[in-house]
Design a protein around this ligand. Structure first.
Ligand SMILES: NC(=O)c1ccc[n+]([C@@H]2O[C@H](COP(=O)([O-])OP(=O)(O)OC[C@H]3O[C@@H](n4cnc5c(N)ncnc54)[C@H](O)[C@@H]3O)[C@@H](O)[C@H]2O)c1
Length: 320
């Protein structure tokens, strides 16, 4: 699928991932409409480094008419979601509406608008506690251990179902934990925030040394996304996007402390739930990324380096 000359609607484009993807599209010669329901975030969606203006639309995918935002667009990147796995456990209905109802409404609207190209960020949590790690895309059964993960399985299912009755070419990207500047949530974000409040003692959810997971830098995700998009010609294809290793939460915390210049920090582990940081937390996660590597993409950073770069950027308030 092409990028240059296309007009993309990026839902949730004022969020963390969107702020990195939108300039990447513009640099490749696309024009972009950002749809988001968060008025404050939308205000700060500015011109990209290429100077091309971004059109912004404030709308809620759960309830608003989507026809006007889609007018003139030729493709959709559907990023809008409630992405916080931990909070999702307490807010089932909200997460269902943001992640499933919104996706179904959007798919109906793109059919009405005659749009046939679509991208959807799914998640490593669709695999649940997989017995094969690194986990390949054709692993089954998809048995997520969180409400968030189950809503992403539902989103993937909707895309496949929709594609069987409407000509749709789509990529589904199952992302590892994405880290980078401008993050709005997640463990690196949490630890940087806690250390800025108290650089002597750090509360960490779970039991030492914590879960072991793959972290991928947002720049690698953007490159992987562009590779996947450009390489798919028809049908619905699924790609894992992650780094090639995994680290424990203790190793992650060490990187965050180094990044913010905090020394001799005492870690205070909360004990966690069922071996994870919280109920529904996956304990071991790494993704087999051979499918996307075969299309010419390679992550430039490992997990520890990704976390280090992200924490430095978050601590300095940067967006990179
Ligand atoms: N960040 C990660 O580690 C990660 C990992 C796997 C998958 N993903 C997926 O990538 C996508 C982007 O994640 P992110 O980290 O940028 O999240 P984010 O919260 O920073 O951005 C999401 C944006 O979507 C908007 N939004 C949510 N519901 C909406 C609705 N109903 N209508 C309009 N706007 C709505 C929010 O206002 C927000 O600006 C999500 O689908 C998420 O599930 C993220």
């Amino acid at each position: 699928m092409q990028i240059e000359g296309e007009r993309f609607l990026v839902t949730g484009g004022a969020g963390f991932l969107g702020r990195h993807l939108v300039p990447a599209l513009q640099r490749r010669g696309a024009s972009v409409v950002v749809l988001d329901r968060d008025a404050d975030r939308l205000k700060t969606v500015g011109a990209s480094s290429s100077g091309a203006p971004v059109t912004t639309v404030r709308a809620d995918l759960r309830s608003d008419g989507l026809g006007p935002a889609l007018r003139g667009c030729s493709a959709v990147f559907h990023l809008a979601a409630n992405p916080d796995v931990r909070q999702g456990e307490q807010r089932t209905r909200e997460v269902f509406e943001d992640n499933v109802l919104a996706t179904a409404r959007l798919l109906d609207a793109i059919q009405d608008a005659g749009i046939t190209r679509f991208a959807f960020p799914s998640t490593s949590t669709v695999y649940g506690e997989a017995t094969i790690v690194p986990t390949p895309e054709d692993y089954s059964p998809l048995a997520p251990t969180s409400v968030y993960g189950s809503t992403k399985v539902a989103g993937e299912g909707l895309i496949h179902g929709f594609a069987s009755r409407h000509p749709l070419t789509a990529i589904i990207l199952r992302l590892a934990n994405v880290v980078g500047g401008g993050a709005t949530h997640g463990v690196v974000y949490d630890l940087v925030r806690k250390l800025s409040d108290d650089a002597r003692e750090l509360e960490i959810l779970g039991r030492d040394p914590g879960t072991r997971k793959s972290y991928v830098h947002v720049d690698d995700v953007v490159e992987g996304w562009m590779h996947a998009w450009s390489s798919v010609k028809e049908g619905v294809e699924t790609f894992n996007v992650g780094s090639e290793d995994a680290i424990t939460v203790r190793e992650l915390a060490d990187q965050v402390c180094t990044a913010v210049g905090a020394h001799n920090v005492t870690y205070r582990w909360t004990g966690g739930v069922d071996g994870g940081g919280w109920k529904g937390d996956v304990k071991t996660m790494a993704l087999a990324i051979d499918r996307l590597k075969a299309r010419g993409w390679r992550p430039r950073h490992g997990s520890a380096q990704s976390v280090l770069l992200a924490a430095k950027s978050l601590a300095s308030g940067g967006a990179k």
